[in-house]
Design a protein around this ligand. Structure first.
Ligand code: NAP
Length: 261
């Protein structure tokens, strides 16, 4: 049982749906005050309303992680509405698929601008409020794709997710004197609204490569983020946690076939 985080101010970027929404739900269910962030104002507000309807405390702000002014406005909103910033989940990300030879240079720029620069801007914007409190917790949503595995069509995505971990190691050293920890969750294949449309056959193929024989739930990632945000994780910084049902473990097709027996 972790020490309560009730009343703490938590920002989750990219939380109108998917993993971010799962994180927001987990934090709100533990009594945190959650700021839901996405570009689509109506979708962000809908998520905040759902959290409140379930008994949580939440507010919404429309902001684009690629825009510095938006990230400053997001941090200001958390300070004004929730009394500061205790936790930032830098989660917003995009994953347009394009094979290397076909990828438009603009696609590369868009992925890096959102997943890597957007993560940096969201973190930079929250630092003054965390330094004022003399403590803070930052949780980056990276991925197994890039740092550990490869998937055709996702070179830009993989580069952005591995880049986040390069950022993590130095950021952890820079932020340590301020009692701010920064860690990363590395999800495997997680069941989100976006995956639901890919069809039963595609989902079965994905599930069959996971030793635990199921896709991750968004709350699985939320609970890992909650751990990094907890008082008990206060001595952990610059680290990663893979949450993938064992997906990265099979070393060969034989191992995957053995899983079926
Ligand atoms: P998702 O369902 O597509 O949700 C993405 C969220 O990010 C939405 O709320 C979206 O809202 C927001 N967003 C996108 N671009 C944004 C921007 N420029 N500024 C602010 N918000 C933005 O995605 P997901 O699958 O949950 O993925 C979330 C994170 O988990 C990403 O970093 C992804 O790389 C990582 N991840 C996902 C999986 C998986 O299996 N799903 C696995 C490993 C890692 P708006 O469009 O309204 O802005």
């Amino acid at each position: 049982m972790l020490t309560s985080i009730a009343g703490r101010s938590v920002i989750v970027t990219g939380s109108s749906k998917g993993i971010g929404k799962g994180m927001a739900r987990v934090f709100a269910s533990k009594g945190a005050r959650v700021l839901v962030v996405a570009r689509d104002q109506a979708a962000a507000q809908k998520c905040a309303d759902e959290l409140k309807a379930a008994g949580g405390q939440a507010a919404a702000v429309s902001a684009d992680v690629t825009k510095w002014a938006d990230m400053q406005r997001m941090a200001d909103a958390a300070v004004k509405q929730h009394g500061g910033i205790d936790v930032l989940c830098a989660n917003a990300g995009i994953f347009p698929a394009a094979k290397l030879a076909d990828m438009e240079p603009e696609t590369w720029d868009e992925v890096l601008a959102t997943n890597l620069k957007g993560m940096f801007l969201s973190i930079k914007a929250c630092l003054p409020a965390m330094k004022q409190k003399k403590k803070g917790r930052i949780i980056i949503t990276s991925s197994i794709t890039g740092p550990i595995t490869g998937l055709p069509g996702w070179t830009a995505y993989g580069a952005s997710k591995a880049g986040q971990l390069g950022f993590l190691h130095t950021a952890a050293i820079e932020l340590a004197p301020h009692n701010i920890t920064i860690n990363a969750v590395m999800p495997g294949n997680v069941m989100t609204e976006g995956l639901e449309g890919l069809g039963a056959e595609y989902l079965k193929k994905m599930t069959d490569s996971v030793p635990l024989r199921k896709l991750g739930a968004v709350e699985d990632i939320g609970h890992a983020a909650l751990f990094f945000a907890s008082d008990e994780a206060g001595y952990i910084t610059g680290q990663t946690l893979v949450i993938d049902g064992g997906q990265v473990l099979p070393e060969s097709l034989t191992a995957i076939e053995e899983m079926g027996t």
